[in-house]
Design a protein around this ligand. Structure first.
Ligand SMILES: [Zn+2]
Length: 212
């Protein structure tokens, strides 16, 4: 999914420029069955739009657009406390809703992962005020957060150790080739720990080879 940063200018009812230290992510639906992410971004700077309402990111079946910096307040929660503490994500109601769902799940999981947050940091607009929002997601909210959790696990469990454990440090690269050439080790799992008996065996193998 494409992620575009296209910030609206500072403006009174949309982007006050106030610093936000977010502690949660609030999920919304646009309540407009035909608008795309680009349409929603465009509406924020349309002179006919006089509502005091905005959001940080809008997601549709094709892309995500960041409209307000994630370090600044947006007006999306209906209640001041939500606006002061939460990042607002709008899910478009146009296009293939399963794809919008997947895009939002992936985006939110990545945002949680980057901040070291668990899935309990994701909340609904309804939890701040009584508004029936995100209206398409609410009936399947448990499934939505379960999907985010699955994606988050993929990011934290699979990606991290593999990447770290399979990469040989620059300083150890010559030694890695040497142990392979000399039959001391196959050179894999460079970050794994080694037991005493494995060290014995490696030294034994090398000694026997040298004495041949
Ligand atoms: Zn909402």
């Amino acid at each position: 999914m494409i992620y575009t940063v296209d910030h609206i200018p500072i403006s009174k009812g949309k982007r006050p420029g106030t610093t936000l230290v977010p502690t949660s992510i609030t999920v919304h639906n646009t309540a407009n069955t035909s608008s795309t992410a680009k349409n929603e971004r465009g509406w924020l700077t349309n002179t006919e739009n006089i509502r005091n309402a905005s959001f940080h990111i809008v997601v549709d079946e094709n892309e995500a657009i960041e409209c307000i910096p994630l370090t600044e307040v947006a007006y999306h929660a209906g209640k001041a406390v939500g606006n002061r503490t939460s990042l607002g994500i709008e899910l478009c109601e146009s296009g293939n809703q399963e794809v919008v769902w997947d895009n939002a799940v992936k985006l939110i999981a990545k945002m949680l992962y980057e901040r070291g947050w668990a899935v309990d940091k994701v909340c609904t607009h309804k939890s701040w005020s009584s508004k029936n929002c995100p209206r398409l997601i609410l009936p399947r909210w448990d499934q939505f957060t379960a999907d985010i959790q699955k994606e988050l696990l993929k990011l934290s469990v699979v990606k991290e150790p593999e990447k770290v454990l399979d990469e040989v440090s620059n300083w150890a690269k010559l030694a890695q080739s040497w142990v392979k050439e000399n039959g001391v080790s196959d050179g894999t799992k460079p970050k794994d720990s080694v037991t005493r008996e494995q060290v014995w065996q490696m030294l034994y193998d090398y000694d026997r080879k040298v004495k041949k």
